[in-house]
Design a protein around this ligand. Structure first.
Ligand code: HSE
Length: 300
């Protein structure tokens, strides 16, 4: 039996919704697992964008997530010893599009099916395991459930409520610069506490963002995607970040923000503006001598 799973990319935070908001997008990683009866050990086939960068074996995130899932489910890890695992990456690594969340969710989902669990009935268990591995929920939750989600956790992260918002009738333009920014580094530079004024600023923007999506009133996104919790600090590592936001908006986007922990920048716009917005953002970054890959994506 061959198990095939496709997991979407995600864009997280959406500006002010740090560690809370995330949306699934139409760029995918594919994961396959197949038992090979007489194989002595598991082998890895890597394809796509990340094939030269991804490790095989113990250090592979998909594999680590499969092992963790077997542990949580009380399954014998020796049942993971004679597999062919194929990973085809379409999501850029360390770009800000949830590549690690996708690998984690892919690994958990494969392990779930290998254990004979029915994935549809255990999606929240997939999310629980994935959030524990990733450390924050905003990429993992839309990667598991799809759509546009907000996730509220209690202090210990043991209990959470997942909210599903209406999927925007918009395109997401994603521009991914050629330099990498690891999430770990991008989180380390954030301050340990945020002043009250900035917190109030973000609460007001999250309120606007929620109303914008629930009512489909996208004119609120320009202000609703403003943030003072993380972009202010991360912008120091991303040349011309604010200028790229402004360029996207001048070219017709409703709003723009740092995708997850960056360095990618996302802009939401109507389909008819998407090409203009894409060209303008790429051109602005090229002015900084930064080469960029870009995609016009749908919400998944
Ligand atoms: N909310 C996370 C962060 C997303 O901004 O660090 C990481 O992709």
């Amino acid at each position: 039996m061959k198990i095939k799973i496709r997991v979407p990319s995600t864009t997280a935070n959406l500006g002010p919704g740090f560690d809370v908001f995330g949306a699934a997008l139409s760029l995918y990683n594919e994961f396959e697992a197949e038992y090979v009866p007489n194989a002595r050990k598991t082998s890895f086939i890597l394809e796509g964008e990340g094939k030269k960068l991804l490790p095989k074996g113990e250090k592979n995130f998909v594999w680590q997530s499969m092992l963790e899932t077997f542990k949580v489910l009380g399954e014998d890890k020796y049942n993971l010893e004679n597999l062919n695992i194929r990973i085809k990456t379409g999501i850029p690594l360390n770009g800000g599009l949830g590549s690690s969340a996708s690998a984690i969710v892919g690994g958990i989902a494969l392990a779930n099916v290998l254990c004979g669990k029915e994935l549809d009935k255990s999606k929240s268990q997939v999310a629980d395991i994935a959030i524990k591995i990733e450390g924050h929920p905003d990429n993992v939750v839309p990667a598991v459930f799809g759509g546009l989600c907000a996730c509220s956790e209690d202090g210990d992260g043991d209990h959470r409520t997942i909210l599903h918002l209406p999927i925007p009738k918009l395109k997401a333009v994603l521009c991914i610069p050629s330099f990498e920014l690891r999430t770990k580094r991008s989180r380390q530079i954030l301050p340990k506490s945020i002043g009250l004024k900035d917190v109030v600023f973000n609460i007001s923007r999250v309120a606007m963002l929620t109303v914008a999506f629930c009512r489909g009133d996208y004119s609120l996104l320009k202000q609703g995607m403003q943030d003072k919790v993380h972009q202010l600090y991360r912008g120091k590592m991303i040349p011309a970040m604010n200028e790229v936001f402004e360029t996207a908006i001048s070219a017709g986007a409703y709003g723009a923000f740092l995708s997850g922990s960056g360095p990618a920048i996302a802009a939401f716009c109507n389909e008819k503006e998407a090409l203009n917005v894409q060209k303008a953002m790429v051109k602005r970054w090229k002015k900084e001598s930064i080469s960029v890959k870009s995609h016009i994506l749908d919400f998944d």
